[in-house]
Write a protein that binds this ligand. Structure first.
Ligand code: ADP
Length: 264
């Protein structure tokens, strides 16, 4: 009698120096994943957590810009890397190791090896949580990552556009197959309020919430398309840090509270 082979067990290596590791992922680029990752990290910091931010988006690293990081990380022993420190957060990004103008024309294996370096060789210290800004999509890189790194949960960011939602469904399936807990979905750029006080739903309405329901996942909240979020990002100081009582920061705080309690 033929027997079914047992499901493949992945050997997942934890990131040292942190209690929890959370991914922020999006199925598509340009939906605000990095902006959400960084602002959420500082919202978690405002709740008393010691944070680390790892920008694993090796194709389009944005952490140096989002936090105005200029220094190169140092290595004491030529094997490990000391993360940079900014606003009380420990930070690491591939963008800190390469020239800002250098295009990232890497192939899969190089990307995977870069990600391994950043998850295994960075000397994170005494962190409650590391937020990882993932590359967009559900390709080999993301798959290898979720198979090899021990992750406590993933947050999926999307705009409510049909085109983005199709990929979100693929993302949900990838995380479920690899046994990564989905902490919930965030609807970014859900609404824009014009000077006339009218609300415009530029990317559609309610799609992310509907997808969360369809897959029985938690819906973590809506974030509006707001100029202050964009301009604080461009200045290199996240809105949730610089103005924690801003209406958008309070929405982030609400999401951060849900994340914190799901970790506990
Ligand atoms: P991704 O990481 O998904 O590629 P980014 O975080 O780089 O996306 O965001 C893309 C652009 O959109 C950036 O210019 C960012 O400042 C802006 N952005 C993201 N979310 C918002 C928002 N909710 N309101 C205003 N601008 C936003």
């Amino acid at each position: 009698m033929s027997q079914k082979p047992p499901p493949k067990q992945f050997v997942k290596t934890p990131i040292n120096g942190t209690k929890y590791t959370i991914l922020v992922s999006s199925a598509k680029g340009g939906v605000g994943k990095s902006t959400v990752a960084v602002n959420l990290a500082f919202a978690l910091q405002s709740l008393g957590l010691k944070i680390g931010i790892l920008d694993a988006d090796v194709y389009g690293p944005s952490l140096p810009k989002l936090l105005n990081l200029k220094d190169k990380p140092k290595s004491e022993d030529n094997k490990s890397i000391t993360p940079l420190e900014k606003f009380g957060a420990q930070c690491m990004s591939m963008g800190l190791l390469i020239d800002e103008q250098t295009p990232m024309m890497w192939r899969g294996p190089m990307v995977i090896s870069a990600i391994k370096t950043m998850t295994q060789k960075v000397l994170w210290k005494d962190r409650d949580v590391i937020i990882i800004d993932m590359p967009p999509g559900t390709g080999d890189t993301q798959l290898t990552f979720v198979q090899e790194v021990k992750i406590d949960g993933v947050i999926i960011v999307s705009t409510p556009q049909d085109l983005a939602l199709l990929d979100v469904k693929r993302g949900i399936q990838m995380f479920e197959k690899t046994g990564v807990k989905i902490l919930g979905l965030i609807d970014n750029m859900s609404v824009f309020e014009g000077d006339d006080g009218k609300k415009y739903k530029i990317f559609g309405d309610g799609g992310v919430e509907k997808t969360a329901k369809e897959f029985n996942k938690e819906f973590l909240g809506h974030l509006p398309l707001h100029q202050d979020l964009r301009s604080s990002s461009d200045k290199g100081d996240p809105l949730t840090r610089v103005d924690p009582n801003h209406e958008v920061s309070l929405l982030f705080k609400n999401i951060a509270e849900k994340i914190k309690s799901s970790l506990n």
